[in-house]
Design a protein around this ligand. Structure first.
Ligand code: COA
Length: 387
């Protein structure tokens, strides 16, 4: 099977982009990726569109056809397919795209992720984002993603004697890194005190523990080894890719704070890559809530259960032992569901090409990218970089 390389990447700014439509965002990111790859749109043989909620937020389904039409590639008649896996859509779409290349069917594939979330009222978006949960057993009874993250945080903090400051440090680190990322939604640095005294959302979580509602798009171009060699392209290798599923409803899982899908996908990705955790230069985590940042560090093996708190003071910083979210993460770069996971690849591509300026992780060789659906129903982990 062919190795797969990222040969181009592009994204829009993430944020409240009221003047831009869903299709405009998708096309901007796609064109940036094509231009960055130095190819023509007609070279793309299949398009995977990653999107989660456009059907219910924007009343627009058939996202693959929409992007293909509006970006002017419909005349090429290539397949354009939407991949939906809630907030893990981006990671899932990249996984399917690289499998399509490995199958030998395609040499050049585009993955474009997009979400336009800020065009509806706050109360409405709360209900719409709750559709990534189990509607009948969770959302119907009033559970929202924030409420479930809060219950999870409460139990974890009690069982492992973790204080709120440890959660806040995840967000402080995200905001610090985002202050160096021109594409990020929130570029303001925050202190632990500011994070802990921000508006309560769902006790013990405050505003600064929550990822925001975001518009944005991101795209990457993947290519086969044959294509890369023939065209002498210096791509970034996708070293491994793995995914795993868990129960949809939190109450069915092993425990309220176990993220089994993350643990399994992470372990499998490392195994397939033939690497050890020590080889990873930085990790992009799906920290939709600060509590998940801590739990994911543990499930991915960077700390024992209850001990991610020992990493948050120094080790997760850009110059620390395991830099976390150089992009600014979901908390501060933003979380436009379908674009979030693809955006992680954009960051990794730029980091591994040493193009991230002030937020560059020095000597970055391997990146671990973690995409998670909702409260953990599915996770996709990729490792990129190396020869
Ligand atoms: N972090 C930092 N600032 C935020 C923010 C966040 N997460 N969310 C909103 N803000 C800011 C806004 O920019 C705005 O600032 P301004 O007054 O200077 O313009 C202010 O807070 C109020 O914004 P508003 O949009 O009215 O906030 P809200 O109260 O409607 O929404 C949340 C806040 C936390 C409820 C919302 O962001 C949310 O639901 N986030 C979680 C999304 C989610 O669940 N994702 C994962 C699903 S699995």
């Amino acid at each position: 099977m062919s190795d797969v390389y990222i040969i181009g990447a592009g994204e829009t700014k993430f944020g409240e982009l009221w003047e831009r439509s869903l299709r405009e965002l998708a096309v901007e990111a796609g064109l940036k990726a094509v231009e960055n790859a130095g190819i023509y749109s007609r070279d793309v043989q299949i398009l995977y569109g990653s999107n989660s909620l456009a059907g219910i937020i924007n009343g627009q389904e058939n996202i693959g056809a929409l992007i293909s039409d509006f970006s002017g590639i419909a005349e090429n008649h290539i397949p354009a397919i939407r991949i939906e896996a809630s907030t893990a859509s981006g990671g899932a779409a990249v996984r399917q795209a690289q499998l399509a290349i490995k199958s030998g069917e395609y040499d050049v594939v585009m993955v474009g992720g997009v979400e336009k979330m800020t065009d509806v009222y706050g109360s409405e978006i709360l209900d719409l984002t709750s559709s990534v949960l189990d509607r009948e057993w969770e959302a119907f009874f009033g559970a929202t993603p924030a409420a479930l993250a809060a219950i999870t945080a409460r139990k974890y903090m009690t069982d492992f004697n973790v204080d709120k400051e440890a959660l806040a440090m995840i967000s402080v680190n995200d905001h610090l890194n985002a202050s160096k990322n021109p594409d990020a939604q929130y570029k303001n640095k925050i202190t632990v005190e500011q994070a802990m005294s921000s508006t309560p959302v769902a006790e013990p979580l405050n505003l600064m523990d929550c990822s925001p509602i975001t518009d944005g798009a991101a795209a990457i171009i993947l290519a086969s080894e044959k294509y890369v060699k023939k065209n002498k392209i210096d791509g970034v290798k996708i070293r491994s890719s793995a995914d795993a599923q868990d129960y949809l409803a939190v109450h069915s899982r092993k425990s309220i704070y176990s993220l089994e899908s993350t643990r399994l996908a992470g372990r499998l990705a490392l195994e397939k890559a033939g690497l050890k955790l020590d080889d990873i230069s930085f990790v992009e985590l799906h920290d939709s809530y600060s509590i998940y940042g801590l739990l994911e560090l543990e499930e991915l093996g960077f700390a024992d259960h209850g001990h991610a708190k020992d990493l948050v003071q120094d080790e997760i910083k850009l110059n620390g032992r395991i830099p976390v979210n150089p992009s600014g993460g979901l908390k501060a770069k933003g979380n436009p569901f379908g674009a979030t996971g693809v955006g992680q690849f954009v960051e990794a591509y730029r980091q591994l090409k040493n193009k991230c300026g002030e937020r560059q992780v020095k000597g970055a060789e391997y990146a671990m990218l973690h995409s998670m659906a909702g409260t953990g129903a599915m996770s996709v982990v990729h490792i990129v970089g190396g020869q």
